[in-house]
Design a protein around this ligand. Sequence first.
Ligand SMILES: Cc1ncc(COP(=O)(O)O)c(C=O)c1O
Length: 337
Amino acid sequence: MKILSNGHLWKHSEFIENKNFSFDKNKILNSLSAKDIDEAYSSISNWQGYSPTPLIELNKLSEELNLNKIFYKDESKRFDLKSFKALGGAYAVEKVSKDNKNIIVSTATAGNHGRSVAWGARRLGLGCKIFISEFVSDARGKAMTDLGADVIKVKGNYEKSLIECIKQSTENNWQIVQDVAWKDYIIVPKYTMAGYTVMMKEIVDQIDQNKISHIILQAGVGGMAGAMISGIARYLQNVPEIIIVEPDSAACVMESIKTGKIEKIDIKRESLMGGMSCGEVSLVPWEILKNAVKYCISLPDDDIAKTMKLLGNGNFSTKKIIAGENSAPGVISLIAS
Ligand SMILES: Cc1ncc(COP(=O)(O)O)c(C=O)c1O
């Protein structure tokens, strides 16, 4: 807990160190290969409208915390989707389609990944079927319909929507583009992660890579974090300390790191950090995270809205930042730990 000069008490719930820590570049690049990473960058950097997203210095926050420099990767500028997710699902759609314009892609989603798949399908002129659970809001569904996808609402939770997606896709020969891996479904989620590594390539082009001492990564199913760690293994000479941040109601990476094996969380309350409210770490990222992560931190929802406001008002940086509920936790964990 720490008090910033405006008198607010910042809170974290739990902070742990990984007793199985060891950063093995070769092992990481066995999970997501340098070839996959390089191919993703050369494809995506040639997409129409591509430009690297800004790396913004939180100059006011670093002064207050007495830290040398703090950077914030601003993904609100990522294509017209305004999310890093555009890199993953849409790239997987491109890889799966293999230039075949006649396929239909499908996915089950709580929202963000589905938007990326729908956006990627529209980019390539492909049909797209999105399965959502009855708990996904109409607004989220509409965001995907607006991108040209057929949105199918399924009774029950996310798992039910995935089962229905697999059933209908098998019957109709649609290509499933899921970001979560399971035993016999590994390649497509890897493409999604390869797409996310573009962020790390941009970062090494934006700052002196040897000066990165710590990197804080938010995790839901761990795909983004696993991808960024692969990017570190691919592009950085030095290895920064890697910290994973999660909602305390869905700290599935933290609980798995504690025991050294995948632990499933029974989510009792959905976090405000909606995209991170996931009960189980995905298989491919887990193989990377289990050793490469140095620390895990979990947060309550309490400071999310406030932090988004402070970022938006320019309290942490000269530049004002439009942050979502899932990007604020990185900043909170730095202040609160
Ligand atoms: C900003 C942000 N960070 C992290 C995540 C979690 O990503 P993953 O499920 O790949 O761990 C999300 C999910 O929506 C997100 O929006």
